[in-house]
Design a protein around this ligand. Structure first.
Ligand SMILES: [Zn+2]
Length: 511
């Protein structure tokens, strides 16, 4: 009986019936955009700190594959996120504006309705725009921009718990997609089962089996998004690689994967890889926002994070190989970056913190352009808001007035502004339509100096302060160990006045 069903309904018809066939395959092909335009592919790994990346000088070799590929890319050595957590950081990346402009301050918030069309997808109308994220917080933003995206892959489609995903897996024929062991396992069991009627009964036992198989690949537990949705990064990379090979070109792809965001759950291959290397992190002073965690916590958290980066590094290498083997890199500008960093120092782990020290805001940026055979290092201070104008420039499109970033070197025609200020902020307690005044952090980097400004935090008030200011020379002191705000008070005062003038300017419309 089962075998019969298999013969009477093919995969395509079945998927059509169940509504699982991607829309673009059911409807007529998208109009081809003008010839010669390049594809753009933005790959974001969430909470990927430049601080822990060996390509950027970290003592543990966390990124052997990325370092090798970087020999054919432009490496931005001083690139900064717009914020220190997903909502503000991702919104800055996608809109090319500072948080005080897009107003996505609070966790799980959207950008202000008045600027909702100010996003990268809206500007790439000639491209087939496709996007996906594991991260439900970033997904809120993608959903907000959905009208400007041709294919927003549902978040649960690349999570393990998805029924739709399971059906697609059963119907998969191409051997090259079955790289994750559990897919092979299910495929081998499928003979003799009817595809449709029995699925709901088969689902649970197979799901249990699937989880058991994946568990053995992830000794610290199956990676999860938002606490309960399991996922396998390699599987998402495989699915997306397959999709990119068949969608219309030119395309703009935005893929925002959760690793190495916590929980740090590396694969078996990299488990305990660094556990005996004896590398001790630099000791740093506690901050006013420290939770006073002990040193052991920092060591363990950092170790697990670093081992998880190895997994990210391997998967990025695999993605790159996929793209190269399909010839896509000949016509694709490939971007590797993050939405914000992560830190394990000063009594703080993660990125749910007020502080804006480098590890939580300094992020990787690599640009792979077709034909590049050598590495180019850019040491200028750059910002996530610069990516949008740069990608428009590289695809020969107009940069809108509202974009706040600059075209990145080496592509800019105008010389770099040595007095350019880079801002990063967090104001996760501020309402969207209110001035930035409640529990907010802003940092401004100008030349070699970086000023931190924290205001209206309970952690400060309990010490009788309303503000906290720190000043660092991040060229001479990249670890931010020596606060210069007293010894270089004149510089601190000058920079603070500039920063406050900027805040007053951006707050004005909301007073
Ligand atoms: Zn994030």
């Amino acid at each position: 009986m089962a075998g019969k069903m298999e013969n009477t309904i093919n995969r395509r018809d079945f998927l059509k019936l169940t509504g699982l066939l991607p829309l673009s395959l059911v409807t007529p092909r998208f109009m081809q955009a003008p010839q010669g335009q390049k594809n753009v592919l933005v790959i974001v790994f969430d909470a990927f700190s430049a601080y822990n990346i060996s390509l950027y000088g970290y003592s543990r070799e966390t990124t052997p594959n990325i370092a090798k590929l970087a020999e054919r890319s432009i490496v931005y050595n001083n690139h900064h996120a717009g914020g220190n957590f997903t909502t503000s950081g991702t919104a800055s990346l996608l809109t090319g504006t500072h948080p005080w402009t897009h107003r996505a301050f609070e966790l799980n918030s959207e950008v202000a309705q008045s600027v909702a069309t100010h996003n990268i997808f809206n500007l790439f109308k000639d491209h087939y725009r496709i996007a996906y994220t594991h991260n439900s917080v970033a997904d809120i933003l993608l959903k907000q921009f959905q009208n400007d995206i041709d294919e927003l892959i549902p978040r649960d489609q690349l999570l393990l718990g998805s029924y739709g995903k399971f059906i697609q897996t059963l119907f998969m024929n191409d051997e090259d997609t079955a790289t994750v062991s559990w897919i092979r396992n299910i495929k081998s069991k499928e003979t003799g089962y009817a595809y449709s009627l029995f699925l709901s009964h088969l689902y649970q036992p197979l799901q249990d089996n699937l989880v058991r198989n994946i568990s053995s690949q992830f000794p610290r537990g199956i990676p999860t998004a938002n606490y309960d949705d399991g996922f396998v990064l390699g599987q998402a990379i495989d699915e997306i690689s397959k999709r990119l090979a068949v969608i219309p070109q030119p395309f703009l792809g935005y893929f925002h994967f959760l690793p190495p965001h916590s929980p740090y759950r590396t694969s078996l291959e990299f488990y305990n890889k660094f556990s005996k290397d004896g590398i001790e992190p630099v000791e740093k002073p506690l901050s006013a926002f420290s939770h006073k965690q002990d040193k052991f916590d920092h060591l363990r958290e950092r170790l697990e994070y670093d081992e998880y980066i190895l997994h990210v590094d391997e998967e990025f290498g695999r993605l790159y190989d996929h793209l190269e083997s399909k010839g896509l890199l000949e016509n694709t500008i490939l971007i590797l970056t993050s939405d914000h960093g992560e830190l394990h120092e000063r009594g703080i782990n993660g990125h749910s913190t007020a502080i804006l020290y480098e590890p939580v805001i300094h992020i990787p940026l690599l640009i792979f352009e077709p034909g590049r055979k050598t590495r180019l290092d850019i040491n200028t201070m750059t910002s996530a808001i610069d990516l949008l104008p740069t990608l428009l420039h590289l695809t020969g499109q107009t940069i809108p007035e509202w974009a706040e970033g600059v075209i990145l070197p080496p592509f800019a025609q105008i010389p770099e502004d040595p007095a350019r200020k880079i801002y990063v902020m967090r104001a996760s307690k501020n309402k969207q339509d209110q001035p930035i005044a409640v529990a907010a952090s802003v940092t401004m980097i100008k030349g070699k100096y970086k000023i931190h400004y924290y205001m209206d935090y309970d952690d400060l008030k309990k010490n009788g302060q309303n503000e906290l200011i720190c000043l660092f020379d991040i060229v001479a002191d990249p670890e931010e160990l020596v606060d210069l705000s007293i010894s270089h008070q004149e510089i601190a005062d000058e920079l603070l006045a500039e920063l406050k003038a900027k805040l007053a300017e951006v707050n004005e419309p909301y007073l």
